[in-house]
Design a binder for this molecule. Structure first.
Ligand code: FAD
Ligand code: SF4
Length: 502
């Protein structure tokens, strides 16, 4: 045979560069379910099931197109359990002239392929709008390469939401004023989520995962996620019709018991390459109903943040994973695995995570991530927990978002200031605090909101580092209004919270 085309679990696109020149008669696709990938970090059952089911659906799709697939299932007694050993084994078995792969999304996997005894031809991934080289050139040209600069560069470069004169459509680069509304009493009904029916492939996968990964975290009653390209396109259409028009307005809102609100839940199919970011943006731009604030808010996530975090990841790995600017050392509190906490906002966000392997961005950043940062959890621990609990978690997205954006572990690369806030923010953006035993306004006393206590303690503890940061000026002016006695009491309660989070 001629080429063995390696398709990893997050590369499920039959039009990717790995298939350029693919010859049905002479080439074979190789897909592998290996224990090492499913277990190198303990993972939510639904995440493993989502990957396996999507991979098996891709195999069906390729076979239906007449492409030959050599597929190694997790239960195959000959399966040696790791990518390296399986590639070596299958290479011996099929004896191809060449092995071809798309550049892996994760640094760890790229290293594994690089270290194989026989070379693998690595092809550039066309899934993204920008390449790693383009990002590197961008950062050379823009020493202060914050997201906003990159986002505007990408808008200009792609022409997305730009007018003929080269100006942003609507004359503004962002619509944050309209896009940061809480989900108030008079908000419209939340559309029901699209839940896909289990088919024989997903049923088989659910049984395998329930058996082989019984002690993994999270629930796995059903796999109702988009596991094929056809379902991913359906999910995209559902989002554009039913959620996109209010996406911007409620992008930052939280509501107790409501995990999805107006979010797209497209991160999974995007990260597995069942959809391309270009077709997602095209579909959004064609919406007849979406106002500009919604479109801009959504485009910013895909064309801005998603491309930006990938650029930062590849530019700064492997040392990025070790960064810990604030020298935070604690471990994740136990309740992050169980949702057993009196803090209503955290109990709700963690329940969403356990039940759906999903929480939306603000719950990840401004509830779970915020608590971990204020408490002083080591950033890589937070990343590990994130990788364990979310269906869309892949290293290149999770690491910059978790270690960088949410924990400030990179010392200001992903954001020019830490996302530090007190319970007042959560109170403003959600209905959690009304039913909570803590009071978001109080920083000391038994009923003081732990977020509020830890927030003041965080500012005081890191005063030297942040006091001259212009974007934190008001935060430090407010801190300076507190008496020394009050700050001592805050410190005492913060120490108690670190020793025994409620
Ligand atoms: P929507 O709110 O509908 O947003 C639309 C799309 O924009 C998403 O599907 C996603 O592809 C993209 N997007 C939005 N924000 C970001 C961002 N900050 N970085 C990259 N892409 C973004 N996203 C992942 O895909 N995988 C991860 O492992 C991941 N880890 C995260 C960890 C933390 C601590 C934080 C704060 C964010 C993380 N994100 C991650 C980014 C973001 O929270 C998720 O992409 C989003 O919540 C997924 O839900 P959605 O598809 O409904 O997104
Ligand atoms: Fe969360 Fe504090 Fe509000 Fe309780 S009072 S829900 S702990 S922010």
């Amino acid at each position: 045979m001629r080429n063995l085309v390696l398709v990893l679990g997050d590369q499920l696109d039959g039009r990717s560069a790995a298939f350029d020149g693919f010859d049905k008669e002479r080439d074979v696709i190789l897909q592998m379910e290996v224990m090492e990938e499913a277990a190198y970090i303990t993972q939510h059952k639904l995440r493993i099931a989502y990957f396996f089911s999507s991979m098996r659906h891709f195999r069906e799709d390729m076979t239906a197109r007449g492409r030959r697939v050599h597929y190694v299932v997790i239960d195959d007694p000959k399966n040696t359990g790791s990518f390296e050993t399986e590639i070596i084994r299958i290479r011996k078995l099929l004896n191809p002239d060449h092995v071809i792969a798309l550049e892996p999304g994760d640094w760890r996997i790229a290293e594994k392929l690089r270290r194989l005894p026989q070379p693998v031809e690595i092809r550039t991934d066309r899934h993204f709008f920008s390449t790693r080289n383009e990002f590197a050139a961008f950062t050379r040209d823009h020493p202060r390469h914050i997201l906003e600069t990159f986002y505007r560069y990408m808008r200009r470069r792609t022409g997305v939401l730009m007018d003929k004169a080269g100006k942003p459509v609507g004359s503004a680069w962002n619509y944050d004023e309209q896009n940061r509304k809480p989900f108030g009493k008079h908000a419209p009904a939340i559309p029901a989520v699209l839940a896909f029916k289990m088919d024989p492939i997903s049923t088989e996968v659910r049984d395998v995962v329930s058996r082989r990964f019984a002690s993994s975290p999270g629930k796995l009653d059903t796999i109702d996620l988009p596991v094929s390209r056809a379902q991913a396109l359906e999910q995209l259409e559902d989002f554009v019709c039913n959620r996109l028009p209010l996406f911007g307005t409620y992008q930052d809102a939280m509501r107790n018991g409501e995990p999805f609100l107006y979010h797209s839940r497209l991160s999974g199919p995007l990260n597995l390459h069942l959809l391309t970011p270009a077709e997602v943006i095209d579909a959004a731009l064609k919406s007849p109903d979406a106002p500009l604030n919604a479109l801009e808010g959504f485009v910013r996530q895909i064309l801005g943040w998603r491309e930006y975090v990938r650029g930062i990841y590849w530019q700064r790995m492997p040392h990025y994973a070790d960064e810990n600017a604030l020298e935070a050392q604690l471990r994740m509190p136990r309740f992050f695995w169980t949702a057993e906490t009196d803090m209503r906002c955290l109990a709700d966000a963690i329940s969403h995570t356990i039940n759906h392997a999903y929480a939306h961005h603000i719950e990840r950043l401004m509830v779970m991530g915020l608590f971990a940062m204020l408490l002083g959890v080591a950033p890589y621990e937070v990343h590990r927990w994130h990788m364990s609990m979310f269906w869309d978690a892949v290293d290149w997205v999770s690491l910059p978002n978790t270690l960088g954006m949410s924990q400030y572990g990179d010392g200001g690369v992903m954001g020019t200031k830490p996302y530090a806030a007190s319970g007042a923010y959560i109170n403003r953006m959600s209905d959690h605090c009304k039913g909570c035993r803590f009071d978001p306004k109080k920083s000391v006393g038994d009923d003081a909101c732990p977020f509020t206590t830890l927030y003041w303690n965080f500012l005081a503890k890191h005063r030297k580092r942040f006091t001259s940061n212009g974007r934190m000026r008001n935060q430090y002016l407010n801190l300076d209004r507190k008496s020394a006695e009050e700050l001592r009491a805050v410190r005492r309660r913060a120490d108690l919270l670190a020793a025994k989070p409620p």
